[in-house]
Design a protein around this ligand. Sequence first.
Ligand SMILES: *[C@@H]1O[C@H](CO)[C@@H](O)[C@H](O)[C@H]1NC(C)=O
Ligand SMILES: *[C@@H]1O[C@H](CO)[C@@H](O)[C@H](O)[C@H]1NC(C)=O
Ligand SMILES: *[C@@H]1O[C@H](CO)[C@@H](O)[C@H](O)[C@H]1NC(C)=O
Ligand SMILES: *[C@@H]1O[C@H](CO)[C@@H](O)[C@H](O)[C@H]1NC(C)=O
Ligand SMILES: *[C@@H]1O[C@H](CO)[C@@H](O)[C@H](O)[C@H]1NC(C)=O
Ligand SMILES: *[C@@H]1O[C@H](CO)[C@@H](O)[C@H](O)[C@H]1NC(C)=O
Ligand SMILES: *[C@@H]1O[C@H](CO)[C@@H](O)[C@H](O)[C@H]1NC(C)=O
Ligand SMILES: *[C@@H]1O[C@H](CO)[C@@H](O)[C@H](O)[C@H]1NC(C)=O
Length: 290
Amino acid sequence: MKMKWTLILLLGSSLAVTTLGWTYNVSLEIMNWTEARQYCQTHYTDMVVIQSQEENDYLVSLLPNRSGSPYYWIGITKNHKNETWTWVGNNSTWFGNDSWAENEPNNNHSTEFCVEIYVNSGKNRGKWNDEKCSQRKFSVCYKAQCNATSCDRGICRETIENITCHCEPGFKGDRCQTAVECPHLPKPDNGDFSCSGGNQTFKSTCQLKCHLGFLLIGSPAVTCGANGLWSGPRPICTSYKQALLAVAGCGAFSALCCICFCWMKHRKRKKLTQVRQPEEVTCPSSEVHG
Ligand SMILES: *[C@@H]1O[C@H](CO)[C@@H](O)[C@H](O)[C@H]1NC(C)=O
Ligand SMILES: *[C@@H]1O[C@H](CO)[C@@H](O)[C@H](O)[C@H]1NC(C)=O
Ligand SMILES: *[C@@H]1O[C@H](CO)[C@@H](O)[C@H](O)[C@H]1NC(C)=O
Ligand SMILES: *[C@@H]1O[C@H](CO)[C@@H](O)[C@H](O)[C@H]1NC(C)=O
Ligand SMILES: *[C@@H]1O[C@H](CO)[C@@H](O)[C@H](O)[C@H]1NC(C)=O
Ligand SMILES: *[C@@H]1O[C@H](CO)[C@@H](O)[C@H](O)[C@H]1NC(C)=O
Ligand SMILES: *[C@@H]1O[C@H](CO)[C@@H](O)[C@H](O)[C@H]1NC(C)=O
Ligand SMILES: *[C@@H]1O[C@H](CO)[C@@H](O)[C@H](O)[C@H]1NC(C)=O
């Protein structure tokens, strides 16, 4: 019975702060850096990754204070003297201007390729120090909350106290579960829309069929885009009489435009030939009317 309890205690951890984003955990036992990483990968996601001063401060505020060594291993390391420090959790190489303690990293023993974080009451609280990886310290781990099912149609990103789905185009909602909707197409006069999937959301195509005896104006089908807008102007059904009137009206208008344009061109040419005879260009519309 006693053995069982010891086992549970050893496997458990002294800290398991649940926030919306990552969960941080600390080992109860001290161990060398290699063992520390193994511990994190076995029980959680990996050794803690720190990506900003804000995250550093937050982590320090969660970790139990210690009055002296051993402190806590964090997940940044290198294999050789001339390599850059790298976070094992995601290959990032971030460190801030104030991350290292004064005169650190000093590689005192010429093989200090692992990093501890001081969590004490002194002035180096929250600062980092390079250490020999064989030293035994507490291990700080994190558990990611994002998983394969966190976001339906997007990428899951987490920060301190926040987990957010970044949606692919055409989707929205806190889990990107909702397809973007285009402005509802009202029931058209003299025809019917039929939409794929029976809805008017992203990728739906709506086709207009006019009733017998009516003419379709515009492109017969519109598709709902990722931006929530239809691919083109809404087609309409119109009677042949109206269509003819419209065409006639359009023709008259373009004829007018053409006459106006040609007339102006003509005037301009005239003006160019009659050098030094300023002339006012007036709107010819009234003249054309007559
Ligand atoms: C980090 O990079 C190494 C090789 O450059 C790769 O094998 C490993 O999968 C990467 N790890 C992550 C978490 O991206
Ligand atoms: C590394 O991982 C942290 C979360 O652990 C994330 O905030 C950060 O953006 C990542 N950085 C890179 C370069 O992948
Ligand atoms: C270097 O390590 C030795 C112990 O091996 C220690 O006495 C000394 O204070 C360390 N120097 C620095 C600058 O940390
Ligand atoms: C740890 O030490 C800091 C700095 O002295 C102090 O502000 C904080 O309250 C302490 N935390 C605990 C849990 O004692
Ligand atoms: C860590 O400890 C393990 C087991 O005790 C040992 O095999 C390994 O060599 C140690 N690693 C370092 C870097 O000291
Ligand atoms: C996946 O993550 C979500 C939060 O994003 C959580 O609600 C859900 O329980 C997790 N699913 C699994 C299988 O861990
Ligand atoms: C989480 O992050 C997203 C994007 O960075 C932001 O819009 C949202 O307000 C944040 N939520 C909380 C609860 O902080
Ligand atoms: C909307 O239509 C699409 C196909 O275009 C379909 O996959 C989806 O399930 C439909 N959504 C609803 C709420 O009916």
